[in-house]
Design a protein around this ligand. Structure first.
Ligand code: DP6
Length: 325
């Protein structure tokens, strides 16, 4: 029996859409920061049949099928490396992440699962290989294998390992904070898995992929490498708003941002201009606003967040990625 602990990551260049749905090969490259919490513990062991239990989530038939499918894909991938059988496991998930509020719990769960399986099988695996296993369960999970700043790069093939995670810089490189404002705790209606499948129906999607490939991914990586907050802010906000434009114009349309989200964005733009604060906003598949900031802006942004009535506030910083405990 082996347990891995993992946390969500928040993308600065967003992963949206696949070039191979079953293998979750990402259409575009992406970049993120791994958070230091909240965490999920995933315990795995060999068993006669697949058995999934969870501390705070009813395991629907649909979610068990996702685990089954993921294990089959991980098995197919591991077979290309060495002999082992991971299709029948007991999987226990102890999650400390509130479900569906814009904190990517699937990223933490599937990176934790991949890390735990890597600990269980007697095959030496690199983090890059473990990131492939994580991606087979959830695309963004690939990045939570790494501490600090992670990314996904694409290879020019459709092999099962054709999109790989890698580490731009570890958690000691640049400490940023993520002040998370959750305007609504309602479960979102359409999850990202369904949304990815229709990404190509947006008339803006081709341009999005081209902008990421030609410019945005590199600019984001450079900004992180040079700890250049101003450039990070520009490129991350452009990319987040562009992903939401694609979501809003795909068929069927996905409107994840609420009036509250837009109000918070406007107020943050005003505050940072008038007070010269290093803070940026980004949103995933929900109305939750992530306010990334440097240490000097943290107290001000936290006090702004705490003034927001009816919102839940979470606080996280740069984290160390999935690890065995
Ligand atoms: C908007 O990784 O959640 O958060 O592979 O279906 O689990 P699945 O999708 P997921 O998609 C993440 C979408 C996003 C952007 C991002 O995290 O890069």
């Amino acid at each position: 029996m082996i347990t891995a602990r993992s946390t969500p990551n928040i993308a600065l260049i967003k992963y949206w859409g696949n070039r191979h749905e079953e293998f979750r090969l990402c259409a575009g490259e992406s970049t993120s920061m791994t958070l230091d919490g909240p965490y999920v513990d995933v315990t795995v062991d060999y068993a006669d049949t697949l058995h999934v239990t969870s501390s705070n989530k009813v395991m629907t038939a649909e979610s068990v099928v996702r685990f089954q499918k993921t294990l089959e894909l991980i098995q197919a991938y591991l077979t290309t490396i060495d002999n082992c059988d991971v299709t029948n496991l007991s999987i226990d998930i102890q999650s400390h992440i509130p479900p569906s509020i814009g904190l990517a719990s699937s990223a933490a769960v599937f990176s934790g699962l991949a890390k735990a399986i890597a600990g269980l099988v007697e095959i030496p695996l690199t983090d890059e290989q473990i990131s492939v296993m994580a991606r087979l369960g959830s695309g963004s999970a690939s990045r939570s294998i790494f501490g600090g700043y992670g990314a996904i790069r694409n290879e020019e093939n459709m092999f099962i390992d054709g999109s790989k995670g890698w580490q731009i810089a570890d958690e000691n490189h640049w400490k940023l904070h993520d002040i998370i404002i959750v305007p609504s705790t309602e479960e979102k209606k359409v999850g990202s898995t369904e949304g990815h499948a229709n990404a190509e129906t947006s008339p803006h999607y081709k341009q999005r992929l081209s902008d990421i490939a030609k410019r945005r991914q590199k600019e984001c990586i450079d900004a992180i490498a040079h700890k250049d907050f101003e450039h990070l802010q520009t490129v991350a906000e452009q990319d987040a708003m562009n992903m939401h434009l694609c979501m809003q114009t795909q068929t069927p349309e996905l409107n994840y941002l609420s009036d509250e989200t837009h109000r918070i964005i406007t107020e943050i733009q005003e505050i940072r201009t008038s007070e010269h604060l290093p803070v940026l906003y980004t949103m995933d598949a929900g109305p939750t606003v992530h306010l990334f900031c440097e240490e000097e802006a943290k107290e001000r942004i936290l006090s702004y967040a705490n003034e927001q009535e009816g919102c839940q506030i979470f606080e996280a910083s740069t984290g160390s990625g999935a690890h065995l405990i």
